[in-house]
Design a binder for this molecule. Sequence first.
Ligand SMILES: [Zn+2]
Length: 297
Amino acid sequence: MKDQLLRGLIEPADLRVIQVEATDLSRMARMLHGLAPTSAAVFAEALAAGLLLGALQKDRTRVNLSLEVDGPIGGLLVDADTEGNIRGRIRRPDIHFPGDPSVGPRAALGGSGTLSVLRDQGRGEFYRGSVEFTPGTLTENLRRYFASSEQVASVLDLRVLPHDGEPLGVVAGIVVQKMPGGSLEALEEVRLRLEAGSFRDALARGERGETLASAAVGTRLQVLAQGPVSYVCNCTRERAVNAVSALGPDGIRQVIVEDGQVVIDCEFCRKRYVIGEAELADIARRLEGGVPGGARA
Ligand SMILES: [Zn+2]
């Protein structure tokens, strides 16, 4: 089944459910970044988390989830929008702890650091919430973030299950939140079910979509929307040129003398932008001439 995001409602209890299946996009991201199995598992968990955070955003905005940790993986960042698009980068792509795949990610993340969520509130306003990273998985730390920084009572589960030697056998996440007037007791029941492994077990049985969500929360839910999710980078050549413009005319001339060109590799999608000598000279002239489209003060 294709990667997808599902929005639903547990009606009598007034709980909202958002579930994401992100297996294919996580495997694609793994290829793009050339990730070893443990780096891939941690990154996949972050991608699923980012998509859930994006789905919780209002309007058409973005959200960033970032980790700075003292473990060998170093850190990562994922950048999601509200339409199911995500991209990300990870500091160390080459981490692999052979053996129990439930242990490797913990070892890779280490024991201290910071988990931050940067929410675009629209109109240029941002809200940053963060929690101290403590030993455990990204999911465990994200639960602490939800408990301390989000205004809404929430329960969360994220799973990266290996299958037949594929570290990203299935990648999925679910978040359940109490709506205004919703039942805290019902939410607590969902939390206990998830803690007992209801989401993991349903995934392992091969359930997907609505049946997966229903099995996880233990009741039928009303599906409000279902849509695709994907790994998409919005980098452009124009942005690469803007980055070069920031060097200023003298800086660009120096680059021309020293290197003859500028090579910019997008850290999210690995696309390479090469800006040659003639174009660099053009940019420098434009910056000096103050032609519209050139440098802004
Ligand atoms: Zn890119």
